[in-house]
Design a protein around this ligand. Structure first.
Ligand code: 13P
Length: 247
């Protein structure tokens, strides 16, 4: 069976001093983890965190990647640039990018493609808003979001990671119930299976107020292969406890 993957998403948090303390704390308490671990950090800290994580069991991730390869795209960061800093994963299509930066399904699919072309594993985020869930549209929304990525990436789809992050559960302390999460994960798994015979190797992560108290139950679900952790990834004991529950 594949190992689970626990990825922290620092979002726009951190400082040189705070990052060093956080990573030293994590590495001191980590031991040999029973799962894969990654940290998706703000781009300006990639070099610092890359150095701090050298020879450790924690992989480095970025929070975004450009849909373009190179050129006149002010402010953008390419997959090749990320690769130079040892980046293994890049979040694409996080709901905060979709919401505040108007990233469409097509842009998200192009970013996933660009990451794959650069040798970086995209963590493709999908998820419905509260209004969409209340309107009974959860499955329709997540399937549409994932379909765009499948359509653009074809047989490479088995190389991606998917993260189901219900928007109403992000940073709100409202976690999806294990039943709600598992149900959507099963839908996504079926969609991936229809697209690739190797879909079983794809990690489908749950994200949205995952914490030390609820992680074990969520991670015990058959189609939940790990977590994408925001707030709790900024606290050493909480993140270590989530990692320890991912067996
Ligand atoms: P929280 O864990 O803070 O709810 O954030 C989830 C998230 O958006 C991770 O990408």
């Amino acid at each position: 069976m594949k190992k689970k993957l626990i990825a922290g998403n620092w979002k726009m948090n951190g400082s040189l001093v705070a990052n060093e303390a956080l990573i030293k704390g994590l590495l001191t308490g980590l031991g040999t983890p029973g799962c894969q671990v990654a940290l998706c950090v703000p781009a300006v800290y990639l070099a610092q965190v890359h150095a701090l994580l050298a020879d450790s069991a924690i992989d480095l991730g970025a929070q975004d990647v450009s849909e373009h390869e190179i050129g006149a795209f002010t402010g953008e960061i390419s997959g090749a640039m990320l690769k130079e800093f040892g980046v293994r994963y890049a979040l694409v299509g996080h709901s905060e990018r979709r919401q505040y930066h108007f990233e469409t399904d097509a842009v998200v699919a192009a970013k996933a493609q660009r990451a794959l072309a650069g040798g970086i594993t995209p963590i493709v985020c999908v998820g419905e808003t509260l209004a969409e869930r209340e309107a009974g549209k959860t499955e329709e929304v997540v399937k549409r979001q994932l379909a765009a990525v499948i359509h653009t990436n074809g047989h490479c789809i088995s190389e991606i990671v998917v993260a189901y992050e219900p928007v109403w559960a992000i940073g709100t302390g409202k976690t999806a119930s294990v039943e709600q999460a598992q149900q959507v994960h099963a839908v996504l798994r079926a969609q991936l299976k229809a697209a690739s015979p190797q879909a079983d190797r794809i990690h489908i992560l749950y994200g949205g107020s995952m914490n030390a108290a609820n992680a074990a139950q969520l991670l015990a679900q058959p189609d939940i292969d790990g977590g994408l952790v925001g707030g709790a990834s900024l606290k050493v004991p909480d993140f270590l406890s989530i990692i320890a529950s991912a067996l």
